[in-house]
Design a protein around this ligand. Structure first.
Ligand code: ADP
Ligand code: ADP
Length: 217
């Protein structure tokens, strides 16, 4: 039994010039079992980000269905966490409050408070817990964005090239941190990367997506 199933997914976007649509995905089928770490590689514009955003529930498919444990997904959920290439933190909240935000919304903060402290320590930002996003470097902000999603222990962890902008050292640390997290809970990871070595090092399966020239209809 597959945990996550994408069945005959199509996604088209209305073009900004209103001259028809851009077909981003056409008839995509993908079955992923619990415990798989899937990386997705492929050229710019082949639909990688679209695929992740669909699974996150940020956008609906034009056609097809996405099932999690056999049930169609509905909108977004902390159970399907996504981390983008650019860190997206709440600018008006401190590091600590960014990481705790969704726990507070879900009423889980008390039980997970120590985990917040532990993760902030792991990413080396103890001294920055009361800092605001604009006081952090890009790499620091990205580490915060990663643990902010990690703290929810999503059943499906979606990563859209989250390490691309990090320096080599931080990148290796975050790769290992992600692997430790994945090995501890064996949930599904789906990560887009442009780095084939990273894909081979990290994942149990590499999915390649083909470029789709002339896909504008
Ligand atoms: P996204 O996947 O988030 O849409 P892009 O595909 O536009 O991002 O690519 C992000 C960066 O990676 C860009 O600077 C782009 O030039 C570079 N890039 C895109 N495709 C490749 C590739 N196959 N190999 C290496 N770098 C790539
Ligand atoms: P990738 O992540 O592989 O670079 P994307 O999923 O970002 O690919 O994009 C796939 C195709 O859909 C591209 O042709 C892109 O221009 C188009 N696209 C993506 N997002 C939108 C959007 N919000 N509106 C219109 N077209 C989009």
């Amino acid at each position: 039994n597959y945990t996550l199933q994408l069945k005959e997914i199509c996604k088209s976007y209305i073009r900004t010039d209103a001259q028809g649509v851009t077909v981003a995905l056409e008839n995509v089928n993908l079955n992923i079992k619990d415990g798989e770490f899937v990386t997705i590689v492929g050229p710019s514009g082949c639909g990688k980000s679209t695929l992740l955003r669909l699974v996150a529930g940020l956008i609906p498919p034009t056609k097809g269905s996405i099932l999690l444990n056999g049930k169609p997904i509905k909108g977004t959920s902390p159970n399907r966490g996504i981390v983008f290439q650019e860190p997206t933190l709440f600018p008006w909240l401190t590091v600590e409050d960014n990481v705790s935000f969704s726990l507070k919304v879900q009423g889980k903060y008390k039980e997970k408070k120590e985990e917040v402290d532990r993760l902030i320590n792991i990413i080396g930002l103890d001294e920055f817990r009361k800092s605001y996003p604009h006081q952090l470097s890009g790499g620091m902000a990205q580490r915060v964005a990663l643990i902010r999603t990690m703290i929810n222990e999503p059943e499906v962890f979606l990563l859209d090239e989250p390490l691309g902008a990090l320096d080599a050292f931080t990148r290796m640390n975050m790769q290992d941190e992600l692997l430790i997290m994945w090995k501890s809970n064996r949930h599904i990871m789906i990560m887009v990367t442009h780095d084939i070595d990273e894909a081979i090092y990290m994942s149990t399966r590499v999915v390649t997506m083909a470029p789709r020239p002339g896909k504008i209809k």
